[in-house]
Write a protein that binds this ligand. Structure first.
Ligand code: EAX
Length: 323
């Protein structure tokens, strides 16, 4: 009897070692801001959901704080396939997918609810298709947030207070044109360089959502915050298209569902940050001013005429009037 037991144990042991090891594919995903942020929550949720839904066959490794490069570099790496995924603001996207430029027009969206409805509706979902001929599978729209102006020089209560300020902008042609319309001296720059540029005074200011201002600790290098709300900044979850196409139909759906969960967590964190951000930044010493947004919007009237020529007034109104 004993020898039979021993034999059974030996066979079981042999079977355990000969069983094929779980085949696991590792992928990289990056963001330019810290892990403790609205974008960190997005990629951590995405990584967890992919591993759970694929039974561990795919492991997505998150990289934070621009450790794999700025947003433009990361988008380029995903396009080339040297990096599988990235979660980025739409800032540098127009350099790859010009169709997305219209989303960066100042004062295009009434508020976050309006923007989310447009992006999750036919207009936004159609736009995701424009990424595919450029080598991307756009898994979902996420959210960076409503952008506000900060600077170290003076309170900005009205558009004329912006004149002559040296401001870092995203590498985005629509933003550069608009901010020049305010008389701002624009310096396009990758996000990982911004904190040092502000600290050294290379630029006077920058503009970003409260989520980014807090995650990047800009209160340490910026005195003034004006709640201009001048641009709604989407994010986009991008995957290298060849990598996506190689997935089975079921795994494609797992990745898309994981992206949906990621965006839910991302948007919830932006809402949390918006609810507490002004009080938190004030407590850290920033001078925060509410402004009359209509004045800032009116100051851009000449630039808007240009945008209507470039994008078509009907296309802008389709987004603006979306309910
Ligand atoms: O995505 O470059 C920017 O100002 C972006 O808002 C930042 O990287 C967060």
């Amino acid at each position: 009897m004993k020898s039979l037991t021993r034999l059974a144990a030996a066979l079981a042991l042999a079977a355990a070692f000969s069983a094929p090891a779980l085949a696991q594919t590792a992928m990289k995903i990056s963001i330019s801001v810290a892990q403790n942020s609205h974008q960190g929550v997005a990629i951590d949720t995405f990584a967890r959901e992919v591993e759970k839904r694929t039974g561990g066959r795919y492991k997505v490794q998150p990289f934070y704080s621009g450790s794999l490069g700025g947003e433009r570099e990361s988008i380029e790496a995903v396009q080339l396939g040297t990096q599988e995924l990235t979660f980025s603001s739409t800032g540098p996207v127009p350099n790859f997918v010009p169709e997305a430029r219209i989303l960066d027009i100042p004062f295009l969206f009434r508020d976050k609810a309006h923007a989310r409805a447009v992006l999750d509706g036919p207009i936004g979902q159609d736009m995701l298709k424009a990424f595919e001929p450029k080598g991307f599978k756009a898994l979902a729209w996420g959210e960076n947030g409503v952008r506000h102006m900060t600077n170290s020089k003076r309170a900005v209560n009205a558009p004329e207070d912006l004149k002559g300020l040296k401001m870092r902008t995203m590498e985005n042609p629509v933003h550069v044109a608009a901010y020049k319309g305010f008389g701002i001296i624009t310096t396009p720059m990758a996000f990982p360089e911004v904190f040092t540029a502000l600290q050294q005074g290379t630029v006077d200011g920058q503009e970003n959502p409260l989520s980014v201002i807090m995650a990047a600790k800009f209160d340490q290098v910026q005195k003034h915050l004006s709640l201009t709300g001048h641009v709604y900044s989407p994010c986009i979850l991008l995957m290298n298209k060849a990598n996506f196409d190689k997935l089975s139909a079921a795994d494609k759906q797992h990745f898309l569902d994981a992206a949906k969960e990621a965006v839910k967590a991302n948007r919830a964190r932006v809402d949390e940050d918006d609810a507490k951000g002004v009080a938190e930044l004030r407590s850290k010493g920033m001078q925060v001013v509410e402004v009359d947004k209509v004045k800032f919007q009116s100051a851009l009237t000449p630039v808007y005429a240009e945008f209507e020529k470039q994008f078509g007034k009907a296309n802008i109104d389709k987004i603006r009037n979306f309910k």
